[in-house]
Ligand binder design. Structure first.
Ligand code: PEP
Ligand code: CO
Length: 462
């Protein structure tokens, strides 16, 4: 793949770019981007095209997207065990969802590149001290000191290295036999028998067991499906993304090569801004986040800019309205987009509209709100006859205490014991598996009991 062209990069700089760091030293930044331009791509165009095909199936109602990972990855978090646990949790969720929906689940991590964060305020104040806000490890340090909070462009090179290392772990894990469906489901069985909420899911886990034994007995695909895994992140830092944009030698088309799929956040989707312009030029599958204030006309204009050829799989709309708003805010968007003939994939992010402050001051989310927003999203699509195409979640494979609720209930007073996120609160491993089983009840074509909030049932089951 050849390096993208310099005049395209210069013309991008003429568009207003929201949420970019205030780099103190432009010369140092230019030296870093020149270096990035010489480094190999992380992903190839053919892989991005394959993901686009998979997402086309989602847009057409024939597949389901499971996208998830940390709110913000950290350089210290680049470890084999944490990456493996994240992957195996996501794969376990995918097996449950795939079994319930009887369609393929497209697996995409918020992984190997999710190092930059948009923020609502440019500064943070603690005890009267005002410092630049933390914008992710790609930009500055989390530690609340003046030295650590100064944006440092050398971090972009560390971001590249951290992404390479993580992607290598992903590729080794998924193709080295560890992602075998049987092994993944055995982990789920351990969860079902060992966790307080797990017993609720025994019958569905038994059914999956039988299905896997049947597949094995008939020589079916013992694990091929589990191996296909893609990575994504918010395409926020345009200097970094532009430097890693390469022209595919085969088709002559430019691709972002920092990840298979990139998304535009709720705060950077301005139609005349640099992010929309940059995304309109790359050929990857892309997504846009839509909050409760997104209006249908803006969404139609975003589709015109980002998917002018109306190519299924090109554009995913990730809605993050809030559990109390999704039922009212989503239908007008789905109706107008459907009427326009665009074939987008609709995906629910049940995290970013449901953040609250705990009495202890921790930023948290209620498991039941997360589940409620997904339920509302499914209800809207079912009533309009459209396809609820997937979920986009913030989770980790570790036993953190960042979101409250779940079958193995985390209480407000537990938050301090293992709160590790440097940005938004994530579902822990057991909450993530709870979520997959409960969402599978909305997906199932077979008769199931309706899902009830876990908090209503966890007491007697313990
Ligand atoms: C995120 O996904 O972490 C995020 C910041 O989302 P949004 O752009 O939807 O607020
Ligand atoms: Co987040």
């Amino acid at each position: 793949m050849a390096s993208g062209n310099a005049s395209a990069r210069d013309s991008l700089r003429t568009y207003p770019a929201a949420q970019q760091p205030d780099w103190p030293d432009r010369t140092a930044l230019d030296a870093v981007t020149r270096k990035l331009e010489t480094l190999p791509p992380l992903v190839f165009a053919g892989e991005c095209d394959r993901l686009k095909d998979r997402l086309a199936a989602v847009a057409l109602g024939e597949a389901f997207l499971l996208q998830g990972g940390d709110c913000a990855e950290t350089f210290d978090g680049v470890r084999a065990d944490t990456t493996r646990d994240k992957l195996s949790t996501l794969l376990q969720m995918a097996v449950v969802l795939s079994y319930a929906s009887s369609v393929p689940v497209v697996k995409v991590g918020r992984l190997a590149g999710q190092y930059a964060k948009p923020r609502s305020k440019p500064t943070e104040t603690r005890d009267g001290v005002v410092l630049p806000v933390y914008r992710g490890d790609a930009v500055n340090g989390f530690e609340f000191t003046e030295a650590s909070r100064v944006p440092d462009p050398a971090r972009l090179l560390t971001m590249y290295q951290a992404s390479v290392t993580t992607l290598n772990l992903v590729r080794a894990f998924t193709s080295g036999g560890d992602a075998n469906l049987r092994q993944i489901h055995d982990l789920t069985r351990d969860f079902v028998s060992g966790s307080p909420s797990g017993h609720r899911y025994e019958s569905i886990a038994d059914e999956i067991d039988r299905a896997l034994r049947f597949m094995h007995a008939t020589g079916g695909p013992g694990g091929a499906d589990a191996e296909e895994f893609f990575v994504s992140h918010e395409g926020l830092l345009l200097d970094y993304e532009a430097a890693l944009t390469r022209v595919d030698t085969f088709t002559g088309l430019p691709y972002a090569t920092s990840g298979h799929m990139l998304w535009i956040g709720e705060r950077t989707r301005d139609l005349s801004g640099a992010h929309v312009e940059y995304f309109s030029r790359i050929n990857n599958p892309i997504a846009v986040k839509l909050g409760p204030k997104a209006d249908a006309d803006t969404v139609l204009q975003l589709i015109d800019r980002l998917d002018p050829k109306r190519e299924p799989g090109r554009l995913t709309l990730v809605v993050r309205m809030g559990a109390d708003k999704v039922q009212d805010a989503l239908p007008p968007l789905v109706e107008k987009v459907t009427a326009s003939g665009a074939k987008v994939a609709w995906v629910c992010d049940p995290m970013h509209g449901n953040t609250l402050e705990a009495p202890s001051g921790h930023k948290t989310r209620r498991f039941d709100d997360v589940l409620d927003e997904i339920r509302g999203f499914f209800d809207v699509h079912h009533s309009l006859g459209t396809h609820p195409g997937g979920i986009h979640v913030e989770f980790t494979g570790n036993d953190v205490t960042e979101c409250v609720g779940g079958g193995h209930e985390v209480l407000f007073e537990d938050l301090a014991s293992r709160y590790e996120s440097v940005c938004d609160p994530r579902l822990n491993r057991s909450q993530s598996l709870d979520l997959a089983f409960l969402v599978s009840e909305f997906l199932g074509t077979r008769e199931r009991r309706p899902a009830r909030p876990l908090s209503a049932t966890s007491g007697p089951l313990v």
